[in-house]
Design a protein around this ligand. Structure first.
Ligand code: ATP
Length: 498
C-alpha cells in the first residue's frame, strides 16, 4: 500500500482536529450520539455501519493477537451481571470512587484529579517545568494519602478555574461511586440489587478454575475477554474517550508468585510493541507509571496516546497480585488454587492484567488515520483531499466496485465481480454519481481499493484499480483482483508483523 508522505499532510491544531474527527465520525457513519432524536444521552454512543465494521476489525485483531499468537491464552465470554458479592469482594462497592468537585457558578461537575492533571500538562506544554514538577509531586502526595482536601487546596493554589465560568468558586471534593446498580427478578429489595459490571476482569477471576481445569492450562497462562463495561463517570465528555457504557478487552495472565515483576515488564513491552505494529508512531505513545496504586496492584503503568487533545490513557498494564483470587476465596470459602506440578506446590497465582478500551483504540485509530493532504480532489479540483489512512486490514470496506456508468453490460460485469469476491472480504457496489465522487466517498471512509469496470473491461477482462493513499490507478486483470486485495487486507498477514 503506498502512503502519502507525512509532509503532504496538513498539520491541524489539536482541538480543531479533534472536532473535525468527531464530525467526520458522525457524517460518514462511524459513531452517532445515542438516542440522538431525543437530544441524546450523555456519554453514550452508537456505532454506525462503518463504525461497527472498524470496531469489529479492531476487536478481532486484539482477540487473534491474544488467543492465536499466544499458545497459552484462551478466551471466555462472561455475563455482564454477576453475583453482587463479587463486587464486595473485589473492593468496588466500597472503593470504586472518583474525587469530584463542582463549580458553584457554572454548576458543572469535574473530576478533581483530572483538573490537576490538565494543569500539569498545561505547565509542561508552556515550558513551566518547575511548576509542573511541583504540582505533580504535591498531587502524588495528596493521592497517596487519599487526602481530598489537599486536592482542593492544590486546585485553589494553582488557580485552576472552571473552563466555563472561568472562576475558582469550588465546592469541597467528594467521593462518588461509579457503579450502576439495578434490580434482578420481580421483587425489588436490597437483596436483589445487582451491578452492571464496571470491568470485565471479575468474570475472568470467578471462572479461573473452570477455565484452568477444562482447558488444562498450566501456569503461566492467560484468559482473554472482550465485552461491555459500565461506569457512571463523573465527567463524561470528549466523545468516546470517556463513556458510561464502553467496551473493554482484557487479559489476565496467571503466574507463579514471585515472578510477577518480570511478567509485568514482559507484558508492558509486548503491549507497547503491539501498538507500534499497528502503525502508531513511537513519538505518539508513552508509558505513564502510576504513583498511586489501586488497592489490588503492586505495579501499574498506562500506555498513553497523543490524541489531538493531548496524551490520554488507552491501555493499562497492572500487576494485580493475588488480591482478586484471594478475596474470592475469602468470600466464597472455595479454594481458588493451582497445583503446580513443576514445584509440587499449591498456590494462588499472581496476575498481570492488560486492559484496553476498545472505544479508545477506535478513537486512536481514527485520529491516526484522519488525513488532510494538499493536492487535487478526485474530481481534479485543486483543494485539500481528506481520506482515512486506515490499515487495509482494519478498513470497514476493502474493495468498492463501480461500473463506470449506470448501464448494462457494465453493471452486470461489476455485480459478477462483487458476487465473486463477497465471501472473501467486505466489498461494496455503487453505480450512482460521477466516478470521482464515488472515489471521494470511499476515501472518506478509508476504503483502500476501488475497482472500476468500463467498456474496455468487456474486451480485455481488466478493471482500473485505484489506490486510496496515492490515488494511483492501474489496469489489472479481473482474475488477479482477489489476490491483490487479499494480500493487503489479510488480518493474518497483519498479525504476522506483530
Ligand atoms: P481513566 O483513568 O481514564 O478513567 P482507568 O484507569 O479508570 O481510566 P481502567 O480501569 O484501567 O481505566 O480501564 C482499562 C481501560 O478501559 C482504559 O485504559 C480505557 O481504555 C478503558 N476505559 C476506562 N474507562 C473508560 C470510559 N469511561 N470510557 C471508555 N473507555 C474507558
Amino acid at each position: 500500500m503506498e502512503t502519502k508522505s507525512n509532509q503532504d499532510k496538513i498539520a491541524l491544531a489539536g482541538s480543531e482536529l479533534f472536532q473535525k474527527i468527531v464530525a467526520h465520525a458522525k457524517e460518514y457513519g462511524f459513531v452517532f450520539q445515542s438516542s440522538e432524536i431525543y437530544d441524546g444521552l450523555q456519554a453514550v454512543y452508537d456505532y454506525g455501519p462503518n463504525g461497527v465494521e472498524l470496531k469489529n476489525n479492531l476487536r478481532n485483531l486484539w482477540w487473534q493477537a491474544m488467543t492465536r499468537l499466544e499458545s497459552n491464552i484462551v478466551g471466555v465470554d462472561a455475563s455482564i451481571f454477576m453475583h453482587p458479592t463479587v463486587w464486595k469482594a473485589s473492593g468496588h462497592v466500597d472503593g470504586f470512587n472518583d474525587p469530584m468537585i463542582d463549580n458553584k457558578d457554572s454548576k458543572k461537575r469535574y473530576r478533581a484529579d483530572q483538573l490537576i492533571e490538565d494543569k500539569i500538562n498545561e505547565y509542561q506544554n508552556t515550558g513551566q517545568d518547575t511548576l509542573a514538577q511541583k504540582l505533580l509531586s504535591d498531587f502524588n502526595a495528596a493521592q497517596a494519602a487519599d487526602n481530598l482536601s489537599s486536592l482542593r487546596d492544590l486546585i485553589l493554589e494553582h488557580k485552576i478555574a472552571c473552563p466555563l465560568s472561568k472562576t475558582c468558586n469550588w465546592t469541597e471534593v467528594r467521593q462518588f461511586n461509579l457503579m450502576f446498580s439495578t434490580q434482578i427478578g420481580s421483587v425489588a429489595d436490597e437483596s436483589s440489587t445487582v451491578y452492571l459490571r464496571p470491568e470485565t476482569a471479575q468474570g475472568i477471576f470467578v471462572n479461573f478454575l473452570n477455565v484452568q481445569k477444562t482447558a488444562r492450562m498450566k501456569v503461566p497462562f492467560g484468559i482473554a475477554q472482550t465485552g461491555k463495561a459500565f461506569r457512571n463517570e463523573v465527567v463524561a465528555r470528549q466523545f468516546i474517550m470517556r463513556m458510561r457504557e464502553f467496551e473493554q478487552m482484557e487479559m489476565q495472565f496467571f503466574v507463579r508468585p514471585g515472578t510477577q515483576a518480570e511478567w509485568y515488564e514482559y507484558w508492558k513491552e509486548k503491549r507497547m510493541k503491539w501498538h507500534l505494529a499497528l502503525g502508531t508512531p513511537a513519538n505518539k505513545l508513552r508509558f505513564h507509571k502510576h504513583e498511586k496504586l489501586a488497592h489490588y496492584a503492586d505495579a501499574a503503568s498506562d500506555i498513553e496516546f497523543n490524541f489531538p487533545i493531548g496524551f490520554k490513557e488507552v491501555e493499562g498494564i497492572h500487576s494485580r497480585t493475588d488480591f482478586d483470587l484471594k478475596q474470592h476465596e475469602a468470600f466464597t470459602s472455595k479454594k481458588l488454587r493451582y497445583q503446580d506440578p513443576e514445584i509440587n506446590q499449591s498456590y494462588i497465582p499472581y496476575v498481570i492484567e492488560t486492559s484496553i478500551g476498545l472505544d479508545r483504540l477506535f478513537l486512536l485509530t481514527l485520529s491516526n488515520a484522519y488525513t488532510e493532504a494538499e493536492g487535487s480532489d478526485a474530481e481534479g479540483d485543486a483543494k485539500k483531499r481528506t481520506y482515512l489512512d486506515l490499515h487495509p486490514a482494519l478498513a470497514p470496506i476493502k474493495l468498492a466496485i463501480f461500473p463506470l456508468i449506470k448501464k448494462e453490460p457494465l453493471q452486470e460485469l461489476a455485480m459478477r465481480i462483487f458476487d465473486d469476491l463477497k465471501l472473501d472480504f467486505k466489498v461494496f457496489y455503487e453505480e450512482q454519481a460521477a466516478i470521482g465522487k464515488r472515489y471521494t466517498r470511499q476515501d472518506l471512509i478509508g476504503t483502500p481499493f476501488c475497482a472500476t469496470v468500463d467498456f474496455e473491461s468487456l474486451e480485455d477482462q481488466c478493471v482500473t484499480l485505484r489506490y486510496r493513499n496515492s490515488t494511483e490507478q492501474k489496469r489489472v486483470p479481473i482474475t488477479a483482483l482477489r489476490q491483490i486485495v487479499q494480500d493487503e487486507v489479510s488480518m493474518a498477514a497483519f498479525l504476522r508483523k506483530i
